[in-house]
Design a protein around this ligand. Structure first.
Ligand code: NCD
Length: 330
């Protein structure tokens, strides 16, 4: 099926080869060719970082990092990306405690204040749609979505796809297994969108009943032309997968009546034994991290486990590339 670029909210635009000044709110803004633009620049950024080359690419620019939710990798890699490119950061973690948000300032006002001090704003927030709202509030600078509730996490997908591309040399005709909290994992919601931009991809979905994609969501994703196959037991994992992508149960997004411990007991955990039984020798195992009941540490030594190796490092390279592109310095 031919992939048609999805309709976007009027506030954000398809990239269509021109990143300069664009907000990055959803993976739906990208075409396959836009992704490859990021990847080819990310490869150059990787060299720059590996050789610790001083860079002036973002010299004179300030990027605000406004994180209303906890973060290690996304915050750290964005901060490091700006600094490696010679730019400066304005870092605000927990604005609800340390900024005027605690005095009752509105979200829009907060965005407009930090917009006045910076050249781009990276936002993480617990409310789905907050990144779009910020993009609408910010008049002059681009906003990058660093995760909005259980909705999307587009820059995570840039690094996940870059990791797959580096490994397999292609992003089409791949078979993957995604597992864990399909209902709430924003990284997965963006990843499925991303893999739908390429032909012939199949994804097996493994989750307990409560954590599956809602039927309407599943149907909407399938309309993009990607093959999605729900399975309910590890015994149904095909041995031919190119990659596995595990996600933790998003405890902070469960409903009041949900039994977290019960769901944890139902969660399939990656162990050396599971890999031995179901994984092919040349697959790779990804996890956006943090891993909480997702992957047993004894798996870390397996060369197929890339989550603490290339996957995490690629986060900085793709963010360096994306910032250079949207700030017009590529
Ligand atoms: C993810 C997130 O915040 O959505 N973490 C990340 O950015 N790498 C995954 C998670 O929190 O489970």
């Amino acid at each position: 099926m031919q992939y048609v670029l999805p309709r976007l909210n009027d506030a954000v635009a398809h990239i269509q080869g021109d990143f300069h000044g664009k907000d990055i709110v959803s993976l739906d803004q990208f075409s396959a060719s836009d992704l490859h633009t990021v990847f080819s620049l990310a490869r150059q950024m990787k060299q720059l970082a590996l050789y610790n080359e001083p860079s002036h690419i973002l010299e004179g620019l300030v990027v605000a990092l406004l994180f209303f939710e906890p973060s290690s990798r996304t915050f750290g890699s964005f901060a490091a990306a700006v600094k490696r490119l010679g730019g400066q950061t304005l870092e605000i973690q927990n604005p609800e405690i340390v900024s005027s948000v605690s005095k009752g300032e509105s979200f829009e006002d907060t965005i407009r204040v930090f917009e006045a001090y910076s050249n781009a704003l990276v936002l993480r927030h617990s409310v789905p749609g907050a990144a779009l709202q910020a993009a609408q509030a910010a008049e002059f600078i681009p906003v990058i979505n660093a995760g909005d509730g259980n909705n999307e996490h587009p820059t995570q997908t840039l690094l996940d796809l870059f990791t797959l591309y580096e490994q397999f040399g292609r992003l089409d005709y791949l078979t993957g297994l995604v597992a864990g909290d399909l209902a709430n994992s924003r990284t997965l919601h963006s990843l499925i969108r991303g893999l739908s931009l390429f032909r012939g991809n199949t994804i097996y979905l493994l989750a307990s009943e409560r954590l599956r994609l809602a039927p309407a969501e599943l149907a909407a994703f399938e309309e993009r032309g990607i093959r999605l196959i729900e399975i309910s037991s590890e015994k149904d994992i095909p041995k031919t997968c190119n990659f596995w992508y595990w996600t933790r149960i998003q405890r902070e997004r469960l409903a009041a009546g949900d039994d977290y411990q019960g769901l944890m007991r139902e969660q399939v955990i990656v162990t050396p034994q599971l890999l031995k039984e179901y994984a092919s020798p040349d697959m790779i195992l990804l996890d956006p991290l943090p891993r909480v009941g997702t992957i047993d540490p004894s798996v870390d030594a397996d060369p197929r486990a890339v989550y603490l190796r290339s996957q995490i490092r690629n986060g900085m390279y793709v963010r360096m590339a994306l910032l250079a592109l949207i700030l017009g310095r590529a």
